[in-house]
Design a binder for this molecule. Sequence first.
Ligand code: NAD
Length: 339
Amino acid sequence: MAKVKIGVNGYGTIGKRVADAVAIQDDMEVIGVAKRKPDFSARFAINKGYALYADSKENEKLFKDAGIEVGGLVEDLVNEVDLIVDCTPGGIGAKNKPMYEKAGIKAIFQGGEEHEVAGFSFNALCNYDGAIGRDFVRVVSCNTTGLCRSLYAIEKVVEIDKVKAVMVRRATDPWDSKKGPINAIVPVLHVPSHHGPDVQTVMPHINISTMAVAVPTTIMHLHCVMVDIKGKVGEEEIIEAFERTPRIILVDGKSGITSTSQIHEFSRDLGRPRYDLYEIPIWRDSVHIKDDTIYFYQAVHQESDVVPENIDAIRAMLEIEKDGKKSIEKTDRSMGIIS
Ligand code: NAD
């Protein structure tokens, strides 16, 4: 079967990872990536064999001046692909949508865009079927992806009454030397935070409220999750449900993982590209039930957990695979995701 043709617009934290994940699939190929600046990442993209496209005429000149060959503009790239994965910063995707519509191609947007930009928010475990054949899909943010995976697992074994969660968010990504905080804890003063409603774009039936604070770290987010349940379930059953669920792994303090630092070291020991951790690690020791509430901590590697979701969204939208479970298994095998 011919491989489907994929373009990536925006080659930053998420875009470079999505391009690499597409490149290792046997049913899709990277036709090109669109970038704004002729920086070191542009040279890496060329070394990987990706055709480069500039986001605008003005910036195309910067590439030429830097001696970096480009295949044209993003407007040219969209005419060569079946689907574009838009990985530009939040809000730019919405502005790019008319370009994709004009070219008559499908597009995936990321979590920085509003739900309405695509009209369908995606998590492979929760709603793969709903994305089949769609023209526009939004892969939800890293935090929402993490919450959707663990709530999906819990729902398999017990009815959820309501969820409360606190997101302890990393200040920025490791490459970014400009943002903070570097010595403060910054509460999101819009209470409840947007994360709860964002989960509801995928799981509308879940009653969830969230709060969030940003802390001076770059490696991961951490969630404190409290799930009120209707019905009886044991801690072991919840742990087993997490163990059975793809893209979730259990970690524990007894084996020396007592913070996101050790999870980061664990990722480095796995030896994956960029030390990525596509799975959501949940602390086994933290899973506790008291008065019909399940408590646990989970962490989120913000740079990478959404990457396999983008691959599954491509398969669903281009109808390469109608069975979500099979797509998840194929993606996970190719990326070495622990299941
Ligand atoms: P980023 O800033 O790391 O990368 C964005 C890239 O797009 C940069 O290389 C930038 O130069 C480029 N760009 C900017 N404007 C452009 C344009 N008009 N055309 C083409 N390229 C352009 O951003 P990111 O972290 O990769 O975020 C991308 C999307 O993914 C956002 O919606 C974000 O909310 C979402 N997301 C980010 C994370 C994360 O933690 N970094 C996690 C999940 C989802």
